[in-house]
Design a protein around this ligand. Structure first.
Ligand SMILES: [Zn+2]
Length: 376
């Protein structure tokens, strides 16, 4: 049984076999992991620290306090971020992982249970022979995901259960979200990345500039709200011969945390100037490349539905559409990330899914969500 917080971060895993007394409990407190209430390991960049138990009757502290000392362990990773070798403090090899292409462990792997972060650096849950990887949004069983891809709409030509479009050599799926909100106790920053091709780059840059220009125009609870959107242009030289440009860019976006796709493409329905699928795939009619349409669709990727005035007005022909983003909309972008659940319109279409990074010691529950617009 696993417990998650509102942002989807794992807090606790409990394994039961037989009675309560046979429960093994693991708690995840940021990057510190407790087992049965004792600090077990601290995850750091490039490795981890373990705490040795030195419990005896004279111990003044009642938990594994590291009095037995701490040991450092380092990961040697490959180009996909898979943990291949764990090296100890004294250059001793503690664990070797060989993987089948989808993360299954090969027989010659050693020290399997001592360190659970393996394929793509994800936690492998081997308890009672489960052998599933925890990918945050979904579990992967070393071949396919165990539930359909929440973004299955983007990939209607492949099974929603497959991992990385059946190409695990090239792609990773970090956890499937469309934008990030960072909070450091003094400011709030909204981030998203838009993958695009060379011919769509100008349009994409103009669309995100609309949002980045709002930087410093709003405050929430007295803190400045920043916008930090970026465009990542995929060079035509990088697209494999014979591959579809659109699919290749989509897979790039999908392989990145908070990645979206932005492309100019003829849309079959002549009444539509632009559209956003699954909250993360933006298609703009080439004739609307330099209009507000791009900025409007980017609005959908960061959690916004239609409104009856301003930039998010449904039809671009509507005289009420303008370049205006309201303080309520900025509030909704932040709230959506705090809740971790995308909003849905009346037809069930969902806007982009946000992820909230509470990087300060203050809990986000303290937010009063008081938005102010600073007039310039
Ligand atoms: Zn729209």
């Amino acid at each position: 049984m696993n417990t998650y917080d509102v942002t989807g971060r794992k807090l606790r895993a409990e394994y039961h076999k037989g009675g309560e007394q046979d429960t093994l409990r693991t708690d995840y407190c940021s990057n510190l992991i407790y087992e049965q209430g004792r600090p077990k390991m601290l995850l750091v960049n490039g490795g981890f620290v373990t705490f040795n138990d030195n419990d005896n009757a004279n111990d003044s502290l009642s938990f594994g306090d590291g009095l037995g000392g701490a040991s450092y362990h380092y990961y040697l990773t490959d180009h996909l971020g898979n943990n291949r070798v764990v090296v100890g403090e004294n250059d001793s090899i503690e664990q070797v992982n060989h993987y089948y292409p989808y993360g299954g462990l090969m027989a010659e792997s050693t020290g399997g249970d001592t360190q659970r972060y393996k394929y793509n650096g994800k936690e492998l849950d081997r308890m009672h022979g489960l052998d599933w990887y925890d990918y945050g949004a979904r579990w992967m069983n070393g071949l396919t995901f165990t539930t359909p891809d929440p973004k299955a709409w983007d990939y209607t030509d492949v099974s929603p259960y497959v991992y990385c479009e059946n190409n695990p050599i090239k792609f990773v799926d970090p956890d499937g979200r469309d934008y990030d909100v960072f909070y450091d106790g003094a400011s709030i920053t909204i981030c998203a990345t838009y993958f695009t091709d060379e011919k769509s780059a100008e349009s994409a840059k103009e669309a995100i500039a609309h949002w980045n220009n709002l930087n410093g125009q709003f405050t929430m609870d007295g803190m400045p709200v920043n916008f930090d959107f970026t465009v990542s242009v995929v060079s035509s030289k990088d697209i494999p011969p014979g591959a579809s440009t659109e699919k290749y860019i989509k897979s790039k976006a999908n392989a990145t945390i908070s990645g979206n796709t932005y492309i100019l493409k003829e849309i079959d329905n002549s009444n539509i100037n632009g559209e956003t699928q699954s909250g993360r795939l933006v298609t703009i009619d080439p004739q609307k490349a330099t209009s507000l349409t791009g900025a409007h669709e980017v609005g959908h990727t960061i959690g916004l539905q239609h409104s009856d005035a301003g930039l998010m007005t449904a039809a671009s022909s509507d005289s009420k559409r303008s370049d205006k983003v309201s303080k309520n909309e900025v509030l909704n972008i932040i709230r959506g990330a705090v809740k971790g659940k995308p909003t849905k319109d009346t037809k069930g279409n969902s806007a982009g899914k946000g992820y909230f990074h509470n990087t300060s010691e203050y809990p986000h529950k303290k937010f009063k969500y008081k938005m102010k617009e600073i007039r310039r």
